[in-house]
Design a binder for this molecule. Structure first.
Ligand code: NAP
Length: 224
């Protein structure tokens, strides 16, 4: 990583995991650009492309965090719903990586972390486009790691289990949350700051050899 103040772009930094990542990277000395939905709506891919091509400076770290998960069973799902989730969670990440990856590679360094999910490798009823988008994100990360690795850019995915954020509260009532907690080895949901800690390692100067990985952080939820 270069010997100057580091810069980062974090999507979805307004709340939840993204806000914790912004705080943590700021504490670590990064100058963080966290565009809100008004500046960068990830459901509009043409806008995402334009934004990524124009943004300055080329970031040292790119955290692809923003995502949506509106539960709906496949039989009731509209095509529009399916495609929108794929655009926000996966296709916008492709646009950001393909615009910014080459610029990071030209600098000879850079770190990208995508916030995936444990549902990238598990199923859950009502989470069709969400699970598919996160599985796609894992694959995108592996390919980007191979394509940009020779130029010093490290690319990884982080797969949280259940983290106490608006998204989790929106999709699970208190009983469901208690049940999810009891399904983990640690008996509790994660906190956004705990995910931010892993992200900060992956996109920071201390990470020199982890790339192309999907790192699970779920309190042991996937052990069973
Ligand atoms: P959250 O509290 O719902 O926050 C979502 C963030 O994404 C917000 O900043 C939101 O902006 C932004 N966002 C959503 N749609 C957007 C769009 N079309 N354009 C731009 N920004 C958009 O979610 P979270 O729980 O922190 O989740 C963050 C990431 O972690 C997501 O990718 C999620 O899939 C993943 N994850 C979460 C959990 C969990 O248990 N919470 C588990 C596994 C993975 P606004 O404030 O404008 O709405």
């Amino acid at each position: 990583m270069p010997d100057r103040p580091l810069t980062a772009i974090v999507t979805g930094g307004s709340r939840g995991i993204g806000a914790a990542v912004v705080d943590r990277l700021t504490t670590d000395g990064f100058q963080v650009n966290a565009p809100g939905r008004g500046e960068l709506d990830l459901s509009n891919l043409a806008t995402v492309r334009e934004w990524a091509e124009a943004v300055e400076p080329t970031p040292d770290a790119l955290v692809l965090n923003a995502g949506e998960n509106i539960p709906c069973r496949l039989a009731e799902m509209t095509t529009e719903h399916w495609l929108r989730t794929l655009d926000v969670n996966l296709n916008s990440s492709f646009e950001l990586i393909r615009s910014l990856g080459p610029r990071m590679a030209a600098e000879g360094s850079g770190r990208i972390a995508a916030i995936s999910s444990c549902f990238s490798f598990r199923g859950r009823s009502g989470r069709g486009p969400y699970a598919a988008s996160k599985a796609g994100l894992n694959s995108l990360v592996r390919v980007a790691a191979l394509e940009y690795g020779p130029d010093g850019v490290l690319v990884n995915a982080v797969c949280p289990g259940f983290v106490m954020t608006d998204l989790t509260r929106q999709n699970n009532d208190d009983d469901a949350i208690a049940q999810l907690a009891s399904g983990t080895a640690l008996g509790r949901l994660g906190e956004p700051e705990e995910v931010a800690e892993l992200v900060a390692f992956l996109v920071g100067a201390r990470n020199s050899y982890v790339t192309g990985q999907t790192m699970v952080i779920d309190g042991g939820y996937s052990c069973q």
